[in-house]
Write a protein that binds this ligand. Structure first.
Ligand code: NAP
Length: 419
């Protein structure tokens, strides 16, 4: 007998009555339930959901993390007759084939998992893919666990309550704007930002279809996103773009200066003024003007509540890109200096400013500069003998945006595979 078959036979459907009207679980945040984390301030314990994968019977998988490193494994299955999300918490279950008795012994708690919102409306724990509710109720959890073999001695000592809530000021409410967020590295940042529960504003210049597709993808995953058009080479577009984010979300917590362009391969003695002005206008002036708008919203000096900015530089800033595009490399060198200066300028205003320097990353930017084979040509020169992925850059950006980097400002992080 497996744990799942045992539980599907033995879970009671309505073991605990809650004296309130049952309503469908409501999604309160952009965070899908399978990524949600809940805490119980009374005991400091945590409920941590993880994606279940494909299962015919299990709808949710989670862990209850108690003090003294006691971890209970949880699963949820819906009963057919009276539809209810029946949860079970297990502790040190034997591996492999086990008897029903052994499984019963290692199941410390089971019951229906309820949810509640700010107004006290009670719902049922939703299946994966749906936005996470604000509060979870596991009836009788505390008293039942206190009677279990996991309590006392070398087990846990702080008995949890029956109610677990999402952290009060979670990233779920925060807003992230990414310029050039519709494709390539920007799109990867938007996707990862949505997974980290940011509400995401996806900027694009002309490819509306790509931006709309990404917004639809984020929404399908339970997130919140809007597409905002704007050419960062135009001040009026930048002001309008930030205004659109204000209207959509009413706040700005995280901003990524990602939009950037390259031009076709050329030596400096072949570059004309229009090429140089376009390069600097989009990559440098655009980044300054966008940061200006972000600072106006985030800075405590302007009545904001702080925030985090990440500028996307390039390994080209240190390499110079001779014979290819020194203008692009110089524009990214400017981004590095800009990052250090702005970081110091707003350090006392609640804003951190950092940069990421990607190496050669597999996106469409190389083809846009007339070099679709650029990655292949450079592969053998790269220490890891491969290009990086947009996701690998996004991970570094999300770290710098997050509170985990709270003492990091003015930093420039190479994500260049050692190049
Ligand atoms: P990409 O694949 O070419 O994507 C560019 C994105 O920027 C698209 O969303 C595009 O929007 C947008 N964009 C272009 N010009 C814009 C403008 N004037 N205003 C607003 N948005 C604009 O580029 P990527 O490779 O992801 O590069 C992203 C950033 O990383 C750039 O700053 C780049 O310099 C830097 N970087 C890239 C690499 C690399 O190897 N890929 C290496 C180092 C640094 P549309 O879809 O509307 O055109």
């Amino acid at each position: 007998m497996t744990i799942r078959s045992f539980l599907s036979e033995n879970l009671s459907t309505a073991s605990i009555a809650v004296g309130a009207v049952m309503i469908p679980a409501t999604a309160y945040t952009a965070c899908p339930i399978e990524l949600a984390v809940y805490g119980d301030t009374q005991s400091g314990s945590e409920i941590d959901f993880t994606p279940t994968g494909t299962s015919a019977t299990v709808t949710n998988t989670f862990r209850l993390i108690l003090d003294n490193n006691v971890v209970l494994n949880g699963i949820v299955m819906w009963t057919q007759d009276v539809a209810r999300p029946n949860g079970a918490l297990m502790y040190k279950c034997p591996e492999g084939d086990v008897t029903g008795g052994e499984l019963a012994a290692c199941t410390l708690w089971n019951g229906v998992i309820y949810t509640s919102d700010d107004k006290g409306n009670i719902g049922l724990l939703p299946a994966e893919g749906v936005g996470a509710p604000k509060t979870l109720i596991l009836p009788d959890l505390g008293p039942v666990l206190r009677q279990s073999r996991a309590y006392g001695g070398s087990g846990f000592s702080k008995v949890p309550s029956d109610v677990f809530a999402m952290p009060g000021m979670s990233a779920a409410q925060k807003v992230l704007l990414v310029t050039g967020g519709s494709r390539g590295i920007g799109a990867a940042i938007c996707r990862l930002g949505a997974k980290a529960s940011y509400r995401v504003a996806v900027n694009y210049a002309s490819n509306k279809a790509a931006a709309d597709a990404l917004v639809a993808e984020i929404k399908a995953g339970g997130g919140e996103a809007v597409a905002v058009r704007g050419d960062v080479g135009k001040e009026t577009d930048i002001v309008a773009m930030f205004g659109a984010v204000d209207r959509a979300f009413g706040r700005l917590d995280a901003f990524v200066n990602n939009a950037g362009i390259v031009d076709v391969k050329a030596r400096v003695d072949e570059m004309d003024v229009s090429r140089l002005e376009r390069m600097m206008r989009v990559n440098v002036v655009g980044s300054f003007l966008c940061a200006r708008e972000a600072v106006k919203r985030m800075s405590t000096r302007h009545g904001g509540s702080g925030g985090s900015i990440v500028n996307i530089s390039s390994a080209a800033a240190t390499l110079g890109s001779p014979g290819e595009y020194v203008d692009y490399a110089a524009s990214k060198g400017a981004i590095d200096s800009f990052t250090i200066g702005l970081a110091r300028e707003v350090a006392l205003e609640g804003i951190r400013v950092n940069a990421v320097r990607p190496g050669i990353i597999d996106t469409e930017i190389h083809a846009s500069g007339g070099q679709p084979d650029r990655i292949e040509r450079f592969r053998d020169l790269l220490p890891m003998k491969r290009a990086g992925t947009a996701d690998e850059v996004a991970g570094a950006v999300l770290y710098l945006l997050s509170d985990a980097a709270s003492y990091t400002t003015g930093a420039i992080l190479n994500v260049s595979g050692g190049r």
